[in-house]
Write a new protein. Structure first.
Length: 269
């Protein structure tokens, strides 16, 4: 899943203009993306909300053009109206980082549309989620809360086969919480639904790769670490990874697939 930020303020790869966002999405598609996740509202820590009309203005033209260009498009939004407009413009999936909690109309919309939906775990919002990163057992609590979202979706009429789950790395999680959840991917998969992992270029990787003076490595320098996590996620059996640099993660998955298949190396390799 390639990230297409139709925003001026995302922490990495922001594209405030529709043309730039479309061109970036097409480049990700050429680099091996299976689907493109288009969002018009930054969810980085501390980000404020944008008005619905502005989110629609950012998202709908990008979704329409990418879908017309042959991409399978997901819309990254917590608003049912934006999701509805994106689906009308050609999106085939909804990625809701609130897990369907931000807008009470979201789960009924998804149920009526019959489209796949990603339900992510988070606590609080982008403004205040850091203070909610308190757990006695992060794996158990995230798993339990994802089960609650599954139950809520079912009660709203969403079919189980429509649902993908996301543990929400970095959303009300410290770096250590993220690592614990990554080590526990089999427990998340045991919930019985496909799992999406979004670790790409996140702060905990920048902290891991910090310079000798302790300064975190900038987002653009975190792609090799992201690709390493892509291999780990693929080995665990996740459904997809959400990444900024598609080509490196796609290559990593090809290497793993070749190893599993016992593919011979090309002559001279």
């Amino acid at each position: 899943m390639g990230v297409v930020n139709a925003t001026p303020d995302s922490f990495s790869d922001a594209h405030p203009g529709a043309r730039d966002a479309v061109e970036h999405g097409l480049a990700l598609l050429a680099g091996g993306a299976d689907l493109l996740d288009v969002g018009g509202e930054s969810t980085r820590p501390g980000a404020g909300r944008v008005e619905q009309d502005e989110e629609l203005r950012r998202v709908v033209p990008v979704v329409r053009e990418l879908a017309a260009g042959g991409a399978v498009v997901s819309v990254d939004t917590v608003r049912a109206r934006v999701a509805e407009a994106a689906l009308e413009a050609g999106a085939r999936m909804v990625n809701d980082v609130s897990g369907g909690t931000a807008d009470p109309a979201m789960l009924p919309l998804v149920a009526a549309a019959g489209c796949p939906v990603v339900l992510m775990h988070r606590r609080g919002t982008s403004i205040d989620m850091a203070r909610h990163a308190v757990y006695d057992d992060v794996v158990r609590e995230v798993t339990d809360e994802l089960q609650d979202r599954l139950a809520a979706a079912s009660a709203a009429g969403v079919a189980e086969e429509q649902i993908v789950l996301d543990p929400g790395l970095g959303f009300a999680k410290t770096g250590e919480h993220n690592w614990e959840l990554l080590r526990a991917l089999p427990r998340l998969l045991a919930l019985g639904r496909p799992v999406l992992v979004g670790a790409s270029r996140k702060t905990f990787l920048g902290q891991l790769l910090a310079a000798p003076d302790g300064s975190a490595r900038p987002p653009a320098g975190r792609d090799a670490a992201t690709a390493a996590l892509t291999v780990i996620a693929a080995q665990a059996g996740v459904w997809a990874v959400r990444v900024h640099d598609v080509a490196s993660s796609a290559d990593a998955v090809r290497v793993l697939a070749a190893m599993r298949a016992g593919a011979p190396a090309p002559v001279g390799a």
